[in-house]
Design a protein around this ligand. Structure first.
Ligand code: SF4
Length: 430
Protein backbone atom coordinates (compact mmCIF):
# COMPACT_ATOMS: atom_id res chain seq x y z
CA UNK A 1 0.00 0.00 0.00
CA UNK A 2 1.18 3.48 -0.70
CA UNK A 3 1.48 5.66 2.37
CA UNK A 4 -1.38 7.78 1.03
CA UNK A 5 -3.63 4.78 1.25
CA UNK A 6 -3.87 5.44 4.94
CA UNK A 7 -4.78 9.07 4.88
CA UNK A 8 -6.62 10.59 1.96
CA UNK A 9 -5.40 14.06 1.08
CA UNK A 10 -7.10 17.18 2.25
CA UNK A 11 -9.00 18.45 -0.75
CA UNK A 12 -11.31 20.59 1.36
CA UNK A 13 -10.86 24.23 2.08
CA UNK A 14 -9.26 24.77 5.42
CA UNK A 15 -10.08 28.02 7.18
CA UNK A 16 -7.35 30.55 7.66
CA UNK A 17 -6.06 29.63 11.05
CA UNK A 18 -5.04 31.87 13.87
CA UNK A 19 -1.46 31.38 14.87
CA UNK A 20 -1.52 31.11 18.61
CA UNK A 21 1.15 30.15 21.02
CA UNK A 22 0.85 26.66 22.33
CA UNK A 23 1.97 26.70 25.90
CA UNK A 24 2.90 23.13 26.54
CA UNK A 25 6.66 23.03 27.09
CA UNK A 26 6.65 19.23 27.15
CA UNK A 27 5.68 19.06 23.52
CA UNK A 28 7.84 22.04 22.62
CA UNK A 29 11.10 20.40 23.48
CA UNK A 30 12.98 19.48 20.35
CA UNK A 31 12.79 15.81 19.54
CA UNK A 32 16.25 14.55 18.68
CA UNK A 33 16.73 12.76 15.41
CA UNK A 34 17.48 9.13 16.07
CA UNK A 35 20.91 8.33 14.72
CA UNK A 36 20.95 6.74 11.31
CA UNK A 37 22.95 3.87 12.65
CA UNK A 38 21.92 0.71 14.28
CA UNK A 39 23.47 1.62 17.60
CA UNK A 40 21.02 3.38 19.79
CA UNK A 41 22.24 6.60 21.41
CA UNK A 42 19.35 6.38 23.86
CA UNK A 43 17.77 9.51 22.44
CA UNK A 44 14.97 7.13 21.57
CA UNK A 45 14.62 5.65 25.09
CA UNK A 46 14.67 2.25 23.50
CA UNK A 47 15.19 0.41 26.77
CA UNK A 48 12.44 2.17 28.70
CA UNK A 49 9.56 -0.16 29.54
CA UNK A 50 6.43 0.62 27.60
CA UNK A 51 3.86 2.56 29.63
CA UNK A 52 0.80 0.54 30.61
CA UNK A 53 -2.87 1.50 30.38
CA UNK A 54 -5.99 -0.08 31.81
CA UNK A 55 -8.45 -0.61 28.95
CA UNK A 56 -11.58 -2.38 30.15
CA UNK A 57 -10.43 -5.64 31.74
CA UNK A 58 -7.10 -5.63 29.95
CA UNK A 59 -3.80 -3.97 30.62
CA UNK A 60 -2.36 -2.72 27.34
CA UNK A 61 1.04 -1.23 26.68
CA UNK A 62 1.37 1.88 24.55
CA UNK A 63 1.92 0.00 21.27
CA UNK A 64 -1.07 -2.23 21.98
CA UNK A 65 -3.13 0.88 22.62
CA UNK A 66 -1.99 2.44 19.35
CA UNK A 67 -3.00 -0.67 17.42
CA UNK A 68 -6.35 -0.89 19.25
CA UNK A 69 -7.12 2.76 18.48
CA UNK A 70 -6.13 2.47 14.83
CA UNK A 71 -7.96 -0.77 14.18
CA UNK A 72 -11.11 0.06 16.18
CA UNK A 73 -11.29 3.82 15.63
CA UNK A 74 -12.29 6.49 18.12
CA UNK A 75 -15.30 8.78 18.46
CA UNK A 76 -14.24 12.40 18.94
CA UNK A 77 -16.43 14.68 21.03
CA UNK A 78 -17.17 18.12 19.60
CA UNK A 79 -15.82 19.58 22.85
CA UNK A 80 -12.33 18.44 21.84
CA UNK A 81 -12.39 20.55 18.69
CA UNK A 82 -14.01 23.47 20.48
CA UNK A 83 -11.32 23.51 23.11
CA UNK A 84 -8.20 22.62 21.16
CA UNK A 85 -8.50 23.24 17.44
CA UNK A 86 -7.47 26.89 17.68
CA UNK A 87 -4.18 26.13 19.36
CA UNK A 88 -3.37 22.59 18.34
CA UNK A 89 -2.85 20.70 15.11
CA UNK A 90 -6.38 19.40 15.05
CA UNK A 91 -9.12 19.84 12.47
CA UNK A 92 -12.67 18.61 11.93
CA UNK A 93 -11.85 18.18 8.28
CA UNK A 94 -12.11 14.46 7.63
CA UNK A 95 -8.99 14.47 5.50
CA UNK A 96 -6.69 16.09 8.01
CA UNK A 97 -4.10 13.91 9.66
CA UNK A 98 -5.06 14.56 13.27
CA UNK A 99 -2.56 13.02 15.64
CA UNK A 100 -2.47 12.63 19.40
CA UNK A 101 0.56 11.76 21.49
CA UNK A 102 0.50 9.47 24.52
CA UNK A 103 2.88 8.97 27.40
CA UNK A 104 6.01 7.75 25.67
CA UNK A 105 5.78 10.36 22.87
CA UNK A 106 3.99 7.83 20.72
CA UNK A 107 2.08 9.47 17.87
CA UNK A 108 -1.34 7.98 17.11
CA UNK A 109 -3.55 8.95 14.21
CA UNK A 110 -7.01 9.92 15.44
CA UNK A 111 -8.99 7.46 13.36
CA UNK A 112 -12.39 9.02 13.77
CA UNK A 113 -15.50 6.89 13.73
CA UNK A 114 -18.89 8.45 13.14
CA UNK A 115 -20.66 6.47 15.80
CA UNK A 116 -20.72 7.25 19.49
CA UNK A 117 -21.28 3.50 20.03
CA UNK A 118 -17.53 3.06 19.51
CA UNK A 119 -15.92 2.00 22.80
CA UNK A 120 -13.06 4.47 22.43
CA UNK A 121 -13.88 8.16 22.83
CA UNK A 122 -11.69 11.24 22.75
CA UNK A 123 -13.23 13.65 25.22
CA UNK A 124 -12.42 16.56 27.49
CA UNK A 125 -12.11 15.93 31.25
CA UNK A 126 -10.86 18.60 33.65
CA UNK A 127 -9.88 20.75 30.68
CA UNK A 128 -7.59 18.02 29.28
CA UNK A 129 -8.03 15.81 26.25
CA UNK A 130 -8.43 12.21 27.35
CA UNK A 131 -9.05 8.80 25.83
CA UNK A 132 -11.98 6.91 27.39
CA UNK A 133 -12.92 3.27 26.94
CA UNK A 134 -16.58 2.57 27.65
CA UNK A 135 -16.58 5.87 29.51
CA UNK A 136 -13.66 4.84 31.75
CA UNK A 137 -10.49 6.94 31.76
CA UNK A 138 -7.57 5.42 29.83
CA UNK A 139 -5.04 8.21 29.42
CA UNK A 140 -4.49 11.89 28.89
CA UNK A 141 -3.21 12.81 25.44
CA UNK A 142 -1.47 15.78 23.91
CA UNK A 143 -1.56 17.41 20.50
CA UNK A 144 1.14 19.12 18.49
CA UNK A 145 0.97 22.92 18.39
CA UNK A 146 -0.94 24.35 15.47
CA UNK A 147 1.49 25.18 12.69
CA UNK A 148 1.17 28.23 10.49
CA UNK A 149 1.67 25.86 7.58
CA UNK A 150 -2.01 25.27 6.78
CA UNK A 151 -2.80 28.97 6.37
CA UNK A 152 -0.44 29.34 3.40
CA UNK A 153 -1.11 29.04 -0.31
CA UNK A 154 1.21 28.15 -3.15
CA UNK A 155 1.96 30.65 -5.89
CA UNK A 156 -0.71 28.84 -7.92
CA UNK A 157 -3.28 29.62 -5.22
CA UNK A 158 -3.61 26.16 -3.68
CA UNK A 159 -3.67 25.85 0.10
CA UNK A 160 -0.69 23.87 1.29
CA UNK A 161 -3.13 21.45 2.95
CA UNK A 162 -4.54 20.50 -0.45
CA UNK A 163 -1.21 18.97 -1.37
CA UNK A 164 0.47 18.01 1.87
CA UNK A 165 -0.07 17.12 5.50
CA UNK A 166 2.11 17.23 8.58
CA UNK A 167 2.00 13.85 10.20
CA UNK A 168 3.66 12.36 13.24
CA UNK A 169 5.63 15.21 14.77
CA UNK A 170 7.72 16.47 11.90
CA UNK A 171 7.00 14.50 8.74
CA UNK A 172 5.91 16.41 5.66
CA UNK A 173 3.89 14.04 3.56
CA UNK A 174 2.49 14.59 0.09
CA UNK A 175 -0.02 11.77 0.16
CA UNK A 176 -1.58 11.91 -3.32
CA UNK A 177 0.31 14.06 -5.78
CA UNK A 178 -1.60 12.75 -8.76
CA UNK A 179 -4.60 10.46 -9.11
CA UNK A 180 -4.31 6.71 -8.99
CA UNK A 181 -5.00 5.48 -12.50
CA UNK A 182 -5.74 2.04 -11.17
CA UNK A 183 -8.48 3.45 -8.93
CA UNK A 184 -9.90 5.72 -11.64
CA UNK A 185 -9.97 2.65 -13.87
CA UNK A 186 -12.14 0.82 -11.33
CA UNK A 187 -9.68 -1.55 -9.63
CA UNK A 188 -8.26 0.12 -6.50
CA UNK A 189 -6.49 -1.95 -3.91
CA UNK A 190 -9.36 -3.05 -1.73
CA UNK A 191 -7.94 -1.76 1.55
CA UNK A 192 -6.88 1.62 0.17
CA UNK A 193 -8.72 4.66 1.53
CA UNK A 194 -7.48 6.99 -1.20
CA UNK A 195 -8.16 4.57 -4.02
CA UNK A 196 -11.65 3.79 -2.76
CA UNK A 197 -12.48 7.48 -2.27
CA UNK A 198 -11.33 8.08 -5.85
CA UNK A 199 -13.46 5.21 -7.14
CA UNK A 200 -16.53 6.53 -5.32
CA UNK A 201 -15.99 10.02 -6.75
CA UNK A 202 -15.69 8.56 -10.24
CA UNK A 203 -18.88 6.51 -9.72
CA UNK A 204 -20.74 9.60 -8.48
CA UNK A 205 -19.44 11.58 -11.47
CA UNK A 206 -17.77 13.97 -9.04
CA UNK A 207 -14.25 13.14 -10.03
CA UNK A 208 -11.91 15.94 -10.95
CA UNK A 209 -8.37 15.08 -11.90
CA UNK A 210 -5.58 17.21 -10.50
CA UNK A 211 -1.94 17.86 -11.10
CA UNK A 212 0.46 20.09 -9.21
CA UNK A 213 3.49 21.86 -10.57
CA UNK A 214 6.90 20.79 -9.23
CA UNK A 215 7.56 24.41 -8.22
CA UNK A 216 4.46 24.41 -5.99
CA UNK A 217 5.63 21.25 -4.30
CA UNK A 218 9.07 22.77 -3.80
CA UNK A 219 7.57 25.94 -2.30
CA UNK A 220 5.73 23.86 0.28
CA UNK A 221 8.81 21.81 1.15
CA UNK A 222 10.88 24.95 1.54
CA UNK A 223 8.35 26.54 3.87
CA UNK A 224 7.88 23.38 5.95
CA UNK A 225 11.63 22.80 6.28
CA UNK A 226 12.78 26.38 6.86
CA UNK A 227 9.85 28.17 8.45
CA UNK A 228 7.11 26.16 10.04
CA UNK A 229 6.88 23.52 11.46
CA UNK A 230 10.54 22.79 10.52
CA UNK A 231 9.99 19.23 9.35
CA UNK A 232 12.83 16.75 9.24
CA UNK A 233 11.36 14.04 7.06
CA UNK A 234 9.81 14.20 3.63
CA UNK A 235 7.58 11.62 1.96
CA UNK A 236 6.29 11.88 -1.59
CA UNK A 237 3.48 9.62 -2.71
CA UNK A 238 1.10 9.61 -5.63
CA UNK A 239 -1.37 7.29 -7.25
CA UNK A 240 -0.15 4.44 -9.39
CA UNK A 241 -0.05 5.39 -13.04
CA UNK A 242 -0.32 3.33 -16.19
CA UNK A 243 2.90 4.87 -17.42
CA UNK A 244 5.29 4.08 -14.61
CA UNK A 245 8.28 5.09 -16.72
CA UNK A 246 6.91 8.62 -17.13
CA UNK A 247 6.19 8.64 -13.39
CA UNK A 248 9.93 8.39 -12.77
CA UNK A 249 10.57 11.48 -14.91
CA UNK A 250 7.84 13.33 -13.07
CA UNK A 251 9.49 12.56 -9.74
CA UNK A 252 12.89 13.55 -11.09
CA UNK A 253 11.52 16.97 -12.03
CA UNK A 254 10.05 17.33 -8.54
CA UNK A 255 13.36 16.34 -6.93
CA UNK A 256 15.18 18.91 -9.06
CA UNK A 257 12.72 21.63 -8.01
CA UNK A 258 13.06 20.72 -4.33
CA UNK A 259 16.84 20.63 -4.63
CA UNK A 260 16.88 24.08 -6.18
CA UNK A 261 14.56 25.51 -3.51
CA UNK A 262 15.91 23.98 -0.33
CA UNK A 263 18.61 21.38 -1.06
CA UNK A 264 17.77 17.70 -0.98
CA UNK A 265 20.40 17.01 1.65
CA UNK A 266 18.34 18.93 4.20
CA UNK A 267 15.43 16.57 3.82
CA UNK A 268 16.30 13.50 1.74
CA UNK A 269 13.01 12.45 0.15
CA UNK A 270 11.42 9.07 0.60
CA UNK A 271 9.43 8.32 -2.57
CA UNK A 272 6.63 5.75 -2.89
CA UNK A 273 6.19 4.87 -6.54
CA UNK A 274 4.96 2.46 -9.18
CA UNK A 275 7.80 0.18 -10.31
CA UNK A 276 8.73 0.90 -13.93
CA UNK A 277 8.81 -1.78 -16.62
CA UNK A 278 12.51 -1.27 -17.05
CA UNK A 279 13.69 -1.27 -13.45
CA UNK A 280 16.99 0.34 -14.45
CA UNK A 281 15.01 3.57 -14.78
CA UNK A 282 15.04 3.69 -10.98
CA UNK A 283 18.65 4.86 -11.32
CA UNK A 284 17.32 8.21 -12.45
CA UNK A 285 15.79 8.78 -9.02
CA UNK A 286 19.01 7.92 -7.22
CA UNK A 287 21.00 10.12 -9.61
CA UNK A 288 18.57 12.92 -8.77
CA UNK A 289 19.13 12.50 -5.02
CA UNK A 290 16.27 10.42 -3.63
CA UNK A 291 16.96 9.05 -0.14
CA UNK A 292 14.87 5.87 -0.24
CA UNK A 293 12.16 4.41 -2.39
CA UNK A 294 9.22 2.13 -1.71
CA UNK A 295 7.36 -0.10 -4.16
CA UNK A 296 4.74 -1.46 -1.83
CA UNK A 297 3.84 -5.14 -1.80
CA UNK A 298 1.10 -4.67 0.81
CA UNK A 299 0.67 -8.42 1.37
CA UNK A 300 3.27 -11.14 0.94
CA UNK A 301 0.95 -14.00 -0.02
CA UNK A 302 0.76 -14.21 -3.81
CA UNK A 303 -2.85 -15.37 -3.70
CA UNK A 304 -3.93 -12.58 -1.38
CA UNK A 305 -1.96 -10.00 -3.37
CA UNK A 306 -4.05 -10.94 -6.42
CA UNK A 307 -7.25 -10.79 -4.37
CA UNK A 308 -6.60 -7.53 -2.57
CA UNK A 309 -4.67 -5.63 -5.24
CA UNK A 310 -6.50 -6.51 -8.47
CA UNK A 311 -5.34 -3.38 -10.29
CA UNK A 312 -1.71 -3.82 -9.33
CA UNK A 313 -1.88 -7.49 -10.31
CA UNK A 314 -3.05 -6.56 -13.80
CA UNK A 315 -0.99 -3.44 -14.24
CA UNK A 316 2.35 -4.00 -12.63
CA UNK A 317 2.33 -7.46 -10.97
CA UNK A 318 3.70 -8.47 -7.61
CA UNK A 319 6.86 -9.74 -9.27
CA UNK A 320 7.71 -6.33 -10.73
CA UNK A 321 7.37 -4.74 -7.28
CA UNK A 322 9.69 -7.35 -5.84
CA UNK A 323 12.17 -7.05 -8.71
CA UNK A 324 12.35 -3.29 -8.24
CA UNK A 325 13.07 -3.65 -4.53
CA UNK A 326 15.74 -6.27 -5.10
CA UNK A 327 17.35 -4.18 -7.84
CA UNK A 328 17.65 -1.15 -5.58
CA UNK A 329 18.95 -3.15 -2.62
CA UNK A 330 21.49 -4.90 -4.81
CA UNK A 331 22.75 -1.76 -6.52
CA UNK A 332 22.47 0.86 -3.76
CA UNK A 333 22.89 -1.26 -0.65
CA UNK A 334 20.66 -1.97 2.34
CA UNK A 335 18.09 0.48 3.68
CA UNK A 336 17.44 2.21 0.35
CA UNK A 337 14.42 0.09 -0.66
CA UNK A 338 11.31 -0.40 1.49
CA UNK A 339 7.85 -1.89 1.28
CA UNK A 340 4.74 -1.10 3.28
CA UNK A 341 2.64 -4.08 4.38
CA UNK A 342 -0.94 -3.89 5.59
CA UNK A 343 -0.45 -5.93 8.74
CA UNK A 344 -3.58 -7.87 9.55
CA UNK A 345 -4.71 -8.86 6.06
CA UNK A 346 -2.85 -12.16 5.95
CA UNK A 347 -1.83 -14.85 8.44
CA UNK A 348 1.07 -13.85 10.64
CA UNK A 349 3.32 -16.62 9.31
CA UNK A 350 2.86 -15.37 5.76
CA UNK A 351 3.52 -11.77 6.75
CA UNK A 352 6.67 -12.70 8.65
CA UNK A 353 7.92 -14.90 5.80
CA UNK A 354 7.78 -11.80 3.61
CA UNK A 355 9.50 -9.62 6.22
CA UNK A 356 12.24 -12.19 6.62
CA UNK A 357 12.86 -12.53 2.90
CA UNK A 358 13.06 -8.77 2.42
CA UNK A 359 15.19 -8.17 5.51
CA UNK A 360 17.68 -10.82 4.35
CA UNK A 361 18.05 -8.80 1.14
CA UNK A 362 18.51 -5.44 2.89
CA UNK A 363 14.97 -4.28 2.13
CA UNK A 364 13.04 -2.66 4.97
CA UNK A 365 9.53 -4.01 5.69
CA UNK A 366 7.21 -1.29 7.01
CA UNK A 367 4.17 -2.72 8.81
CA UNK A 368 1.07 -0.57 8.97
CA UNK A 369 -2.06 -1.89 10.69
CA UNK A 370 -5.15 -2.80 8.67
CA UNK A 371 -7.73 -0.08 9.28
CA UNK A 372 -11.05 -1.33 7.94
CA UNK A 373 -13.36 1.63 8.42
CA UNK A 374 -13.86 4.13 5.64
CA UNK A 375 -13.43 1.50 2.94
CA UNK A 376 -15.83 -1.17 1.80
CA UNK A 377 -14.35 -4.05 3.74
CA UNK A 378 -16.61 -6.61 2.10
CA UNK A 379 -14.65 -9.86 1.77
CA UNK A 380 -11.73 -8.52 3.74
CA UNK A 381 -10.91 -9.97 7.15
CA UNK A 382 -11.59 -8.19 10.43
CA UNK A 383 -8.38 -6.90 12.00
CA UNK A 384 -6.77 -9.68 14.01
CA UNK A 385 -6.40 -9.50 17.77
CA UNK A 386 -3.56 -7.81 19.60
CA UNK A 387 -1.57 -11.06 19.85
CA UNK A 388 -1.01 -10.89 16.08
CA UNK A 389 0.50 -7.41 16.38
CA UNK A 390 2.56 -8.39 19.44
CA UNK A 391 4.11 -11.26 17.50
CA UNK A 392 4.63 -9.02 14.50
CA UNK A 393 6.39 -6.28 16.45
CA UNK A 394 8.66 -8.73 18.30
CA UNK A 395 9.74 -10.56 15.15
CA UNK A 396 10.10 -7.33 13.17
CA UNK A 397 12.30 -5.85 15.90
CA UNK A 398 14.51 -8.95 15.73
CA UNK A 399 14.80 -8.62 11.95
CA UNK A 400 15.63 -4.91 12.20
CA UNK A 401 18.45 -5.73 14.62
CA UNK A 402 19.73 -8.87 12.91
CA UNK A 403 19.94 -7.26 9.46
CA UNK A 404 20.98 -3.74 10.56
CA UNK A 405 17.87 -2.21 9.08
CA UNK A 406 17.32 1.45 9.77
CA UNK A 407 14.19 3.57 9.88
CA UNK A 408 14.85 7.30 9.58
CA UNK A 409 12.64 8.83 12.22
CA UNK A 410 12.31 11.08 15.22
CA UNK A 411 9.17 10.07 17.11
CA UNK A 412 7.52 8.06 14.38
CA UNK A 413 4.53 8.09 12.12
CA UNK A 414 0.89 8.56 13.04
CA UNK A 415 -0.10 5.23 11.51
CA UNK A 416 2.80 3.09 10.31
CA UNK A 417 4.32 1.01 13.13
CA UNK A 418 7.81 0.66 11.66
CA UNK A 419 9.33 3.65 13.48
CA UNK A 420 7.64 2.70 16.75
CA UNK A 421 9.19 -0.75 16.52
CA UNK A 422 12.60 0.49 15.38
CA UNK A 423 12.83 3.09 18.16
CA UNK A 424 12.11 0.38 20.75
CA UNK A 425 13.70 -2.56 18.91
CA UNK A 426 15.99 -3.69 21.73
CA UNK A 427 13.16 -3.82 24.20
CA UNK A 428 10.70 -5.45 21.82
CA UNK A 429 13.10 -8.10 20.56
CA UNK A 430 13.30 -9.30 24.18
S1 SF4 B 1 -2.11 1.61 -6.21
FE1 SF4 B 1 -3.83 3.05 -6.06
S2 SF4 B 1 -5.42 1.92 -5.02
FE2 SF4 B 1 -3.50 0.78 -4.69
S3 SF4 B 1 -2.67 1.53 -2.72
FE3 SF4 B 1 -1.75 2.82 -4.34
S4 SF4 B 1 -3.21 4.56 -4.56
FE4 SF4 B 1 -4.26 2.97 -3.44
Amino acid sequence: MCEHALSPPDRGVLPILDVLQYNNPKLHRPYPMANDTNSCDCSCNCADPLPLFQVGNEQLDSLDLKVALLTQGIYVHDAVYQKFDKTCRLSQNLYSCNTMFIADRLPIYIARTETAASPFHLAVRNDKPVVLYNDEFVTEVEFAPKPDFYSHKTSAGNLYGQLAIIQGWDILSFPYLWPCGIAVGGHPCRFCHCGNATLQAVGAKQWNGFEYRPEEIAEIVQYAVEADPKVQLLQLTAGSTFDADAEIDRYVTILQAIDKAVGLDRCPPFIFLTPPKDIRLLDKLFDAGVGKIACDLDVWSETLFDAYCPGKTKQTSRQRHLDALLYVADKYGPNRACSVFVAGLEPIDSLLAGFTYLAEHGIVPLPSPWMPYGVSAHGLPDPPGLDYYRTMRRETAKLYIEHNLVISCTVGSSVCLSSDIWLRRTLLAG
